[in-house]
Design a protein around this ligand. Structure first.
Ligand SMILES: NC(=O)c1ccc[n+]([C@@H]2O[C@H](COP(=O)([O-])OP(=O)(O)OC[C@H]3O[C@@H](n4cnc5c(N)ncnc54)[C@H](OP(=O)(O)O)[C@@H]3O)[C@@H](O)[C@H]2O)c1
Length: 288
């Protein structure tokens, strides 16, 4: 039996679907029983817990599992974003050891090898470090910049613009969350790695610059789309304009600076570099 967190979200839903399609028993974790109903209909066991921060409830949910897919979902409204993410990871780590689950696949990020200079990615660095102290065998899936991040600015492409904090011509790894879910599910199906920790650095089928992304949107909306580059100094005013606290906005500024200066990049050594297969246009199409 496998346990899957974040099943109402992008990656967890694909992990659970893939495991169910492989004929495996799956226990999905939800915070709201109504959101569990569709999964029950698909044959999953549903476990309702208030939060992944609830160590005792999570340990009980992990009981008897041969593997689990876990993540540390960000709450950009948190009073202290970094402290809250550390608390979630601490609870996850304690629950892993209480439950004796043998294998955990944890969603991390490109740049997850660095302690700082990466903004919100610092939280999954802490996650990797903290989970490494547990008894479980671990697979860290360091995912590239999500293609789904473009959803927020996709409406502007109909007016011929793609706003971007990434330089128009800077090609970076980007991945669709369907690829992440598929790779995470495969890791669970393969079972615990031979080494104690296996790190998968997961890119999409090809690296893309914002100009490439604009060209894909252009073909989808049937008009020329130009990248509207904004400097990283515009991140904080833009994010706070959407009601996000200045401390969280500052973390995103740090992340975009990290992308610009090459810090948010693959580690490359002692890792497995994997590419997904999803066509970027098939992801971006949903946003226009
Ligand atoms: N965006 C990027 O470029 C990028 C790159 C690399 C890694 N990441 C990582 O990707 C992760 C997000 O993954 P995703 O896109 O699959 O998730 P998502 O679609 O944002 O959904 C988050 C999921 O987590 C659940 N959740 C949220 N807070 C929870 C809590 N306190 N306790 C239990 N469940 C909770 C949500 O359930 P509800 O339905 O109850 O809300 C939902 O199922 C983040 O951890 C981030 O670090 C992002």
């Amino acid at each position: 039996m496998f346990v899957v967190a974040g099943v109402t979200g992008n990656t967890g839903s694909v992990v659970a679907e893939t495991l169910l399609a492989a004929g495996k028993k799956v226990r999905v974790l939800v915070r709201d029983s109504a959101k569990g109903a569709p999964w029950q209909a698909k044959g999953a066991e549903v476990r309702v817990l208030a939060s992944l921060d609830d160590e005792a409830a999570l340990a009980s949910a992990l009981e008897g599992a041969e593997g689990a897919y876990l993540l540390s979902p960000p709450d950009v409204g948190a009073a202290d974003f970094l402290a809250q993410r550390r608390a979630t990871v601490d609870a996850i780590a304690a629950a892993i050891d209480r439950s004796n689950v043998a294998h955990v696949v944890f969603l991390s990020s490109i740049g997850g090898q660095h302690e700082g200079g990466t903004g919100p990615i610092r939280t999954v660095h802490y996650g990797e470090q903290r989970l490494a102290k547990t008894k479980a065998k671990l697979t860290f899936v360091r995912a590239a910049y999500f293609l789904e991040n473009w959803a927020a600015v996709a409406p502007a492409t109909k007016g011929g613009k793609l706003p971007s904090f990434i330089r128009a011509d800077q090609a970076i790894p980007m991945v669709g969350t369907r690829d992440i879910g598929a790779v995470a599910a495969r890791a669970l199906l393969e079972g615990p790695p031979a080494s104690r920790i296996d790190i998968i650095e997961l890119a999409g089928s090809r690296d893309l610059s914002p100009r490439d992304v604009a060209a894909i949107f252009g073909s989808l909306v049937g008009t020329q789309v130009e990248v509207q580059e904004a400097p990283t100094s515009a991140v904080v005013p833009t994010f706070t304009g959407f009601g996000i606290s200045s401390s969280v906005a500052g973390l995103f500024e740090e992340m975009y600076e990290g992308i610009a200066n090459g810090k948010v990049a693959w580690e490359g050594t002692n890792v497995r570099a994997v590419r997904g297969t999803v066509d970027p246009a098939s992801v971006l199409r949903a946003f226009v």
